[in-house]
Design a protein around this ligand. Structure first.
Ligand code: COA
Length: 165
């Protein structure tokens, strides 16, 4: 029987486990440094979530308030926009032990509700690892961006956005 899972705001004490999930979900060129991951949580704790099962953190979602059309460079800190209109979902990952149980859906829906509650008009992200179909299922569509940050991602990365209504 699978253990129950919970979603809660991420805490600094979660970071080691978050990095283990990152290592399980991305190839080495896409793994972002521990110091950057910690700085992101420090900067945007209100929009970073951890998903936990009986063995601890098994998924996470890092997000922050940004502007439509802007991309976070791979491996760069978050630059929170004072005049934010967009919730930028930077990194969603679910450990292989917890895949296919609705955890990503729960994390994304939790954050989209949070963005709506803050009055943000859009959510946006960079789709990697052939995840465009996954994001289309949440209403995201590919969108042009002139932000050169997209080029910091491996080939195939796609900027996507959706209204938050
Ligand atoms: C993509 C990922 C987050 C999905 O996690 P998950 O917890 O297994 O997803 P869920 O069980 O919540 O599935 C949610 C929905 O997406 C669908 N889905 C899941 N993975 C999918 C995929 N790779 N492609 C298309 N659809 C997918 C499910 O069928 C489900 O649809 P439904 O709710 O209509 O039934 C997970 O595979 C992962 O961590 N991948 C590695 C990291 C990564 O590439 N993240 C995306 C970066 S942009």
């Amino acid at each position: 029987m699978s253990s129950p899972m919970t979603i809660r705001p991420m805490q600094p004490a979660d970071l080691d486990a978050v990095l283990r999930v990152q290592a399980a979900c991305y190839p080495p060129p896409m793994q972002e440094p521990a110091a950057v991951v910690k700085a992101r949580l420090d900067a945007a704790a209100a929009t970073c979530l951890a998903a936990c099962d009986a063995d601890g953190v098994c998924g996470y979602l890092f997000a922050y308030p940004s502007r439509l059309g802007l991309v976070t460079d791979l491996g760069a800190p978050f630059e929170l926009a004072p005049d934010a209109d967009t919730l930028y979902l930077h990194d969603l990952a679910v450990d292989p032990r917890a895949l296919g149980r609705g955890l990503a859906r729960a994390l994304v829906e939790y954050l989209l509700d949070l963005g709506r509650g803050r009055g943000l008009s859009h959510a946006a992200l960079v789709s990697v690892q052939d995840s465009t179909r996954f994001w289309t299922g949440f209403g995201f569509v590919a969108r042009m961006t002139g932000d050169a940050g997209l080029l910091t991602y491996p080939a195939g990365a796609v900027y996507m956005a959706r209204p938050l209504d």
